[in-house]
Design a protein. Sequence first.
Length: 304
Amino acid sequence: MTLSLTPLHPVFAAEVRGARLDEPVGAALRAEIEAAMDRFAVLVFRDQALSEDQQMAFTRSLGPVDMGLLKVLQKESRFRNAGMIDISNVGPDGEILQRHDDRLVALFANQLWHSDSSFKRPSAKYSLLLALVLPERDGETEFADMRAAYDALPVEIQTDLEGLVAEHSAFHSRMQLGDLQYTREDLARYPTVEWPVVRQHPGSRRKALFLGAHAMRIAGRSVPEGRLLLADLLEHATQRRFVYRHEWKPGDLVMWDNRAVLHRGRGYDLAAPRELRRSTVEDAPCRGEADESEGSTQRSIMGA
């Protein structure tokens, strides 16, 4: 099978045709998809009427399932499959959540630029988000190409970033927005982890910035200096020339590489139902990153 790929942006993102994701994915199709991901980092599959089980089967065909923050955020689920994440404003009873509901408040952090599960080791490889029910307007998702953003930096800044390490926290982004519902036990489940500010993508071998709302400080620098640097880099990396904005249609399955792009959701009318479900593939450590992981330091955010 040969996939048909139509670019959606000058530097990344493509629409895919010729893939039946509701059927078992063989080695040949999986290799095509992964090669396309290495090139485009964001793939859009239209008209995918996948059941929950079919989506999870496709996810598992790409690697182990990443659980994200489920053991803290998802107290109860509408889904049968462990690892399926509810990105919606609808509760298990089918009713729209009230805007002050803790479950909805926790999801507001999705509107900040981030890379899924950068707060843990291993982090996320691919995320797969399927649109089921959508409001009449708004609620788009934006993606920013961290490879193109790195390439566009002046050489002297690229040199300055080599060797810098950022500390990532699962709760930093949420606490920025005033979401303080987490117990000390919740915080202890996800101690902070460190990642290089610049990483080499294992598939494309391109260098990419690794930033986002989970990045809370730069190791070896004062908190203000580190956060200002992270803010400046994020401002650079999310310029419109690096951003693809996806306008959802029911049945869209968008798959992205968390090692190559950041993403964020956009606001929508909370009184209208919006239901998407996300499954995530955990990243298998590369040789160099496995060594970094063993030597990295994990700290509790309670001491931040």
